[in-house]
Write a protein that binds this ligand. Sequence first.
Ligand code: NAG
Ligand code: NAG
Ligand code: NAG
Ligand code: NAG
Length: 233
Amino acid sequence: MFSFQLLSALSSAAVLVSAAPAGPAPPFGGDECCSTAGAVMNLPANQTQLVSPTTAPLYVAVGVGIQNYTCAASTLKYTSTGAVASLFDISCLDKTSAFATIQTTAFDAWNAAPAGISPNTLGAKFGASTLLGYHYFIPSPSGTGISPKWDFTSTGKNAGNSSAFIVAAKAGDITDPTGNVAVNVDWLTLNNTQGSLASKVFRIDTVNGQPPSSCVAGSADISVKYTAKYFLY
Ligand SMILES: *[C@@H]1O[C@H](CO)[C@@H](O)[C@H](O)[C@H]1NC(C)=O
Ligand SMILES: *[C@@H]1O[C@H](CO)[C@@H](O)[C@H](O)[C@H]1NC(C)=O
Ligand SMILES: *[C@@H]1O[C@H](CO)[C@@H](O)[C@H](O)[C@H]1NC(C)=O
Ligand SMILES: *[C@@H]1O[C@H](CO)[C@@H](O)[C@H](O)[C@H]1NC(C)=O
């Protein structure tokens, strides 16, 4: 734990080095407002797909956004075409009772938000007003398909840092262990393929995001609201 003396020494140092970027005082290395040392993922025990690293996460976030789907004419099932989400810092909530259910609190706010409201404006409604960055998809560096990216290059203390992103590839996947597999998107672990923000990303504690189980030929593309916790290591 940081003592108040150390904290005040650090903030004096930040004042002296006045080139320090605007944003929360930087006692913790990352862009997080509080230490992530005690933040642990609550993973189901009966599986080997998602294995928690033994180090503390670099970032702990709640993601608020949409999953996009298109109707595949060959199967009449919706297939994923990517996602877009805003990621809010929840490092300061991790020792509070709000942490366990923050994804549900965030989803309720998001689900109630009128059309046209950006997720960016919602963090303050669920006690997580610091925007860490964005999650979206880019053409895959491999040349085939799309790849998920977590991009902190335009927000907070990382603003202007062109390496503060991670592009990743799925390395593990379990269906929602709470049993709502048709409603909540899978829990995932992904490995870094590009960028220096983190080496691994976990998506857990998902709320909503699944498409309807089938579609009719010619259905329009759809976007389904979701939230999840993201742990970056
Ligand atoms: C997802 O769909 C929304 C419209 O609902 C669109 O604005 C956004 O660009 C789409 N993103 C991706 C990655 O397909
Ligand atoms: C992901 O990274 C871990 C090491 O952290 C490695 O053991 C695993 O094989 C990787 N998975 C894939 C699919 O690359
Ligand atoms: C693992 O446990 C969860 C509950 O934690 C349960 O919903 C799920 O069906 C179990 N999966 C397997 C493969 O046993
Ligand atoms: C830029 O971001 C990367 C990834 O988070 C980090 O390793 C690096 O130290 C940052 N550079 C600066 C100048 O802050």
